[in-house]
Ligand binder design. Structure first.
Ligand SMILES: N[C@@H](CCC(=O)N[C@@H](CS)C(=O)NCC(=O)O)C(=O)O
Length: 245
């Protein structure tokens, strides 16, 4: 039986973090693009892989079930390979804590801020202010955490670093001055210099960039309503900003 792993994804931080791990572990894997801007994630075939209709999803013959949620995927790969997650406590718990900080806070809150930056200006001033403040606060917490530490959990480079680093590029995208977070930026660049990370970014670019742009530009307003979870009770959005991303 083939040992090759398949990762379903797109060009996004939640997918890239898994590719960082696949490359660090030297695993044999294929990247398959999911056209989330064209509702592919809601097809019955995809929802068999992940009922939530979201990427990433990993298919690993050794596990035997499709696995969703990037934190769960990183944890599985760390256990499978015995790498990037310490065996001994409390170091193991500390890595899991910072992995959860990313999964429950840094990713979702930055995701909301990104959304309300795209939403119409008159519809979103409160939400934009709220999520902007939270994003800034989380950047500050991570910056403080990384002062005097090479890696986020305090020990070696781990799945907590891999989960968080792709999101740290939103500092500039969200209009924050990177000079306010020097330890965060230094850590981000330390990770970016790793050969596995450089290989991962090339793989992601080759597999996703062209096709993602094509599918995003081809997306109808109805596709984008589905992507952003808009329903009849939510005011319509002008999606021109999405086309210019
Ligand atoms: N908590 C999930 C979040 C996954 C997620 O939000 N994926 C986005 C791309 S980054 C997606 O598939 N969006 C399509 C949709 O929501 O319809 C994880 O970390 O894996």
């Amino acid at each position: 039986m083939s040992e090759k792993l398949v990762l379903h994804g797109m060009q996004s931080p939640n997918v890239v973090k898994v590719i960082l791990m696949l490359e660090e572990c030297g695993l044999d894997y294929e990247l398959r693009h999911t056209a989330v801007f064209n509702q592919e994630q809601f097809t019955p075939a995809f929802r068999k892989l992940n009922p939530l209709g979201k990427v990433p999803v990993l298919e690993d013959p050794r596990l035997g079930i499709p696995l969703a949620e990037s934190g769960a995927i990183l944890f599985w790969l760390a256990e499978r390979e015995g790498r990037f997650l310490p065996a001994a406590q409390p170091a193991r718990a500390e890595v899991m804590q910072w992995l959860m900080v990313q999964m429950a806070n840094y990713g979702p809150m930055l995701g909301q801020f990104t959304h309300f930056n795209i939403a119409p200006p008159d519809a979103a001033p409160y939400a934009r202010a709220r999520y902007g403040a939270i994003a800034g606060q989380l950047n500050r917490v991570l910056d403080e955490r990384l002062q005097g530490r090479a890696w986020i959990a305090g020990g070696d480079y781990s799945i907590a670093d891999m989960a968080t680093q792709p999101w740290a590029y939103y500092v500039e995208r969200h209009g924050f001055d990177p000079a306010r977070y020097p330890a965060l930026v230094e850590w981000r660049e330390r990770i970016a210099a790793r050969p596995a990370v450089q290989r991962a970014l090339v793989r992601a670019q080759e597999a996703f960039d062209d096709v993602a742009t094509r599918t995003r530009l081809a997306a109808s307003d109805e596709d984008l309503d589905k992507f952003f979870g808009r329903t009849d009770t939510v005011p319509a959005t002008d999606y021109s900003a999405v086309k210019q991303m």
